[in-house]
Write a protein that binds this ligand. Structure first.
Ligand SMILES: [Zn+2]
Length: 147
């Protein structure tokens, strides 16, 4: 008898497109340069930074923005089984790898890099947590798209 598990567990690798785009296309769309605005004020163009650190299977793309850094945000690939909207989800799980990779900045008075460089750290090397928001952009494990 032929050994075939394909009907038992869906193969994640078989999900090629979500909302008509491949994962690579989603990433290039979400990291493309953009001009953010906040309360009708325009900010300089920037390209959202995608963390090189990948958590779990990496099939879910999420964003993390902080109140101190708004309107800028960071991107990270995490496990497709993580539900970032769940009350149990700990934002530290995605904040930490971004801080480790990029460096955090708590302002000129507190920050060694600021003092060494004699100028304030700039995006993406300046994440500063004082509350923030995060969410799923696309999940290639479940086929969901964030709102
Ligand atoms: Zn700094």
């Amino acid at each position: 008898m032929k050994n075939d598990n394909s009907t038992k567990s869906p193969n994640l690798a078989k999900r090629v497109l979500v909302a008509g785009l491949s994962f690579v296309e989603w990433i290039s769309k979400e990291t493309a340069p953009r001009t953010p605005s906040l309360w009708a004020q325009k900010y300089p163009e920037y390209s959202p930074y995608l963390c090189e650190t990948i958590l779990g299977d990496g099939l879910q793309l999420v964003y993390l923005g902080t109140i101190n850094n708004r309107p800028y945000h960071w991107l990270i690939r995490i496990d497709s089984k993580t539900n970032v909207s769940d009350d149990e989800f700990n934002f530290e799980d995605i904040l930490q790898p971004i801080e480790e990779e990029c460096g955090s900045c708590e302002g000129v008075d507190e920050c060694e890099s600021c003092q060494e460089n004699e100028e304030e750290c700039e995006y993406p090397n300046n994440i500063s947590w004082g509350g923030g928001h995060w969410g799923m952009i696309v999940n290639f494990g479940t086929g969901e798209v964030g709102s």
